[in-house]
Each structure stands twice: as structure tokens, then as C-alpha cells.
Design a protein around this ligand. Structure first.
Ligand code: NCD
Length: 322
């Protein structure tokens, strides 16, 4: 990523990951997002910040909330948003990722929002185009706007991030959400615990500054935040678990396991949820404790902030030919 003074204190041209961002840059994004939360609750949600700008959503993987919220975010700021899904694009006819990106680049978009099943692919693409690029999830690598919306939710509910004890539970191995959250939360001074069966913990993950547990009761003790992850069966090419029933028995979040966490511990899940697999339905729907819908709401505000800031930075980066 390229440094410069940048809009709102965020100097980078792209948002490819949380890794490498410092607390000031993360806070800049969160603060700008915060300013959109109230606006999104008003009857008139429109602004003209991105008037005349073009955003292309390029999704090579399925998505409900991420794609929709990028679309809403772009439209609420007055930009033109185009959704490209692979099922209807030339990729099905054999065009490569880079050819597709170059073709879209020739139409002068301002921002490309890209989701792709291969880790590292979005960075590669960002090196070939002139516009700003936002990573909306690349394989098992990063999903920066998810970590930012999680952080905004935590900050609003708990008043801070620093010093909180956060448990991230379940399929860590296949989760880009876990990786981006680990980077963000440790950078912002939270203490992160990972709780999962051994088969779903990447080797060497302790080097990211986290503590690893293989037992929910031990791991959840005294936690402020309990973040559950979806069991990502589509990324599993072998047998990672004896059975889904057994996984729920040992690692699914229910009230019994939650007892070890702090009494006011916040329950989070990036969605989509598998009820009865990683989370009990009653716990997921416990409005007092679950922030799952608030996470979705914060997603729009965070994506508005990211689109606004990167678009504002674009001119400067292009002038400097970076
Ligand atoms: C996540 C993703 O796609 O990485 N979902 C999301 O963006 N809300 C998590 C998941 O698919 O389990």
C-alpha cells in the first residue's frame, strides 16, 4: 500500500487487508463510519459525496450481506453502482481474473470491490488497475470491512476495544473473518483467544499474538465478546470433524457454555449462520446479548466510509502516479 497524507487520516490507495494498518488508520475509518450510522437511520439517507463516481462490485463467490451493503453504501453516497456476478460474466467463458479486471478498468471505474475464492488474488488485481480496490474477501486470507464493522459494533456497545477479552470460536482455519479480526483486535489492544478443535486451528497461529484453546468452557472464561464463525464446509476438502452433531456438542454456542463468559458478554456472528451447528438458535436470537443484526447495520456505515475515503484519496494517488 502507498502512503500519502490521505483523506480523513487514511493514506492508502486500496483497502486490501487489516494487516499493516496502524491504530490511527483503523480509528480514522471507524470514526468516519460512525458519522454515517445516524444518517442511515433517517428517512432521507442520500448524500452526494460520490456523485459522478462509479463503483463496480465484482463477486466471484456468493454473498448476501457484503454485496448488498456495498451496493447500498455506494448508492446512499450518490454513486453509480454496478454489480457483476461471475455467473453472468465472461469469466464463465474462460476469461482470466486479470483480463476481467483490465476490461473493467478500461471503463474508468473509481472503485472495484472484489470477492474471490483465492487468497492473494485481490492484491494481484489491484496491481493491474488504476482505480481503488477494496477486498470484499479473498479466500481464507482477509475480509477487512467485516473486521471494521465488527470493531465498530464492539466500540459502540462496549465503549472501547482496548483491553477487552475477545474469543473467536469455530472454523478459524478457513476463516478470512478470523484473520482480519485477529489483526484488527490485537492492533487495537484487545486480548484475543481462539477456541476450536485442533483440526480447525492453523499451525503457528500463536505467532499472531493470540492464545489458543481447544475447550469452550476454558476459553470463554471471563470473555467480553464471543464471536462465532460459520463452519465453512465449502472450503473443506477432507474430514476435519467426526460429525456436525459432535461439533455442536463441544463447540456450538449455547447458554450452558456461555455461562463461563462475562455476564454481559456480547455475542457476534458475521453470518451466514448455521443454526444448531456453531450457534444455538435461542442464543442467536437473544436480542439483549446478540449483536448480529447490529453487525449488519454497521456494515453499511463502514462501507460508506471506505468508499468515501478511498475515492477522496484516488486523485492524489493518480497525480503522484502511484
Ligand atoms: C463471511 C465471509 O464471506 O467471509 N461472511 C460475510 O462476509 N458476512 C463469513 C462466512 O462466509 O462464513
Amino acid at each position: 500500500m502507498n502512503d500519502g497524507p490521505g483523506a480523513f487520516g487514511f493514506p492508502h490507495k486500496h483497502l486490501l487487508g487489516i494487516e499493516g494498518l496502524n491504530p490511527i488508520e483503523i480509528t480514522a475509518l471507524l470514526d468516519r463510519a460512525e458519522s454515517y450510522v445516524e444518517q442511515n437511520r433517517q428517512a432521507d439517507k442520500k448524500k452526494a459525496v460520490l456523485s459522478g463516481r462509479t463503483i463496480i462490485n465484482l463477486f466471484f463467490e456468493d454473498s448476501t450481506r457484503t454485496r448488498t451493503s456495498f451496493e447500498l453504501a455506494g448508492k446512499r453516497l450518490g454513486g453509480d453502482v454496478i454489480n457483476m456476478s461471475v455467473a453472468t460474466s465472461s469469466v464463465k467463458k474462460g476469461e482470466t481474473l486479470i483480463d476481467t479486471a483490465m476490461t473493467l478498468n478500461a471503463m474508468h471505474p473509481d472503485v472495484l470491490v472484489v470477492r474471490h475464492p483465492d487468497s492473494g488474488s485481490v492484491k494481484l488485481l489491484s496491481e493491474k488497475v488504476n482505480c481503488a480496490v477494496i477486498n470484499a474477501g479473498d479466500g481464507q486470507h482477509e475480509h477487512p470491512t467485516q473486521a471494521l464493522l465488527d470493531a465498530l459494533t464492539i466500540r459502540r456497545r462496549m465503549g472501547k476495544i482496548q483491553g477487552l477479552r475477545v474469543a473467536i470460536c469455530g472454523d478459524i482455519l478457513h476463516s478470512r473473518v478470523a484473520r482480519s479480526n485477529i489483526h484488527l483486535l490485537t492492533t487495537m489492544g484487545a486480548r484475543v483467544r481462539l477456541i476450536a478443535p485442533r483440526t480447525l486451528i492453523p499451525t503457528g497461529i500463536e505467532h499472531m499474538g493470540v492464545e489458543v484453546f481447544n475447550d469452550m468452557r476454558e476459553g470463554l472464561e471471563d470473555c467480553d465478546i464471543v464471536m462465532m464463525l460459520r463452519l465453512q464446509k465449502e472450503r473443506m476438502d477432507g474430514n476435519y470433524l467426526p460429525s456436525v452433531r459432535e461439533f455442536f456438542h463441544f463447540f456450538g454456542l449455547d447458554y450452558a457454555k456461555l455461562e463461563g463468559a462475562k455476564p454481559n458478554a456480547l455475542i457476534m456472528h458475521p453470518g451466514p449462520m448455521n443454526r444448531g451447528v456453531e450457534i444455538d438458535s435461542e442464543v442467536a436470537d437473544d436480542f439483549g446479548r446478540s449483536a448480529i443484526h447490529e453487525q449488519v447495520e454497521m456494515g453499511v456505515a463502514v462501507r460508506m466510509a471506505a468508499l468515501e475515503i478511498l475515492t477522496a484519496n484516488l486523485e492524489e494517488h493518480l497525480q503522484r502516479n502511484l
